[in-house]
Design a protein around this ligand. Structure first.
Ligand SMILES: NC(=O)c1ccc[n+]([C@@H]2O[C@H](COP(=O)([O-])OP(=O)(O)OC[C@H]3O[C@@H](n4cnc5c(N)ncnc54)[C@H](O)[C@@H]3O)[C@@H](O)[C@H]2O)c1
Length: 259
């Protein structure tokens, strides 16, 4: 299906040199949008942008840096406005997962997770909303939560708190920004195969697919397709919602004999 309302729109996607973010950029470019690709790894960001511009000439720019840093966020939005003259969509996708026992978790680790996952999303949404309101005509935002923001998993309390907070951020902003025709929704991916998750578990597919009733792990494309829909005109009346994309992982109730 060809979605409407994407062509010539201008988007910022953070943490997008690979994985889910990269898949979102690719689908947006294929649908005719212009994208500013952010990543903290400058070389990977430049390489990804060069690859994408080969396929979709003059459609993608890069502005590498830390998506959790407020100064960088403002510079990223300024760059986008200089480059393309407007801003319609944001996907603060960059996120960090730090595992650790709650009893030992350090303030430095806590700050690191909160700074990227929450502060980054909050201040990109704030600055983008200011610009979109100035422009008029509305805009859309998609936040990247996780199954871990819905149910409890060992050693992930801080990450889980940030991912749950993003869902509440969308609920509040849907209410606060709705009058400006700004929609904000959330995707909660389940186990998704990316370079990072494969590095954490080399047999990622073999190990994680068993969690899901469909016996598959998610792909970055599964998440990107949902994101494209939420950014499109077809999703115009969906606001403040979280969509789970997990192959049915979280539908599974358990009997004692399953444990
Ligand atoms: N992969 C999964 O199974 C999964 C599941 C649930 C939720 N998520 C969420 O989806 C999002 C993307 O996940 P992924 O697995 O594709 O990501 P990833 O860990 O593969 O990282 C993608 C990119 O983000 C960049 N990045 C890291 N820190 C950054 C920073 N401070 N500023 C800018 N860029 C930065 C990395 O360099 C990398 O290129 C994250 O928010 C993650 O929490 C992923």
């Amino acid at each position: 299906m060809q979605y409407s309302g994407i062509t010539n729109k201008v988007a910022i996607i953070t943490g997008a040199a690979e994985g889910i973010g990269f898949a979102i950029v690719s689908l947006l470019l294929r649908a005719g949008a212009k994208v500013v690709l952010n990543d903290i790894d400058s070389q990977k960001a430049l390489d990804a942008t060069a690859r994408l511009n080969k396929e979709y000439p003059n459609s993608c720019s890069t502005f590498p840096g830390d998506a959790g840093d407020v100064e960088h966020i403002n510079a990223l939005v300024d760059f986008t406005l200089e480059q393309y003259g407007r801003l319609d969509f944001i996907v603060p996708n960059a996120g960090i997962t730090l595992f650790g026992d709650f009893l030992e978790f350090t303030p430095a680790s806590f700050q690191k997770v909160v700074q990227l996952n929450l502060q980054g999303a909050f201040f990109l949404a704030q600055r983008a909303a200011q610009e979109i309101i100035k422009q008029g005509g509305g805009g859309k935002m998609v936040l990247m939560s996780s199954q871990v923001g819905i149910r409890a998993y060992k050693n992930l309390t801080t990450y889980a708190m940030t991912k749950a907070a993003l869902r509440m951020m969308a609920v509040n902003l849907a209410y606060e920004l709705g009058e400006h025709q700004i929609n904000i929704n959330v995707i909660a991916p389940g186990a998704t195969l990316t370079a990072r998750t494969q590095q954490e578990q080399p047999d990622y597919e073999g190990v994680w697919s068993h969690l899901n009733p469909n016996n598959k792990v998610g792909t970055p494309d599964d998440i990107a397709k949902t994101c494209l829909f939420l950014l499109s005109d077809e999703a115009a009346h969906i606001n403040g919602q979280t969509i789970t994309v997990d192959g049915g992982w979280t539908t599974a109730g358990k009997y004692p004999e399953d444990l």
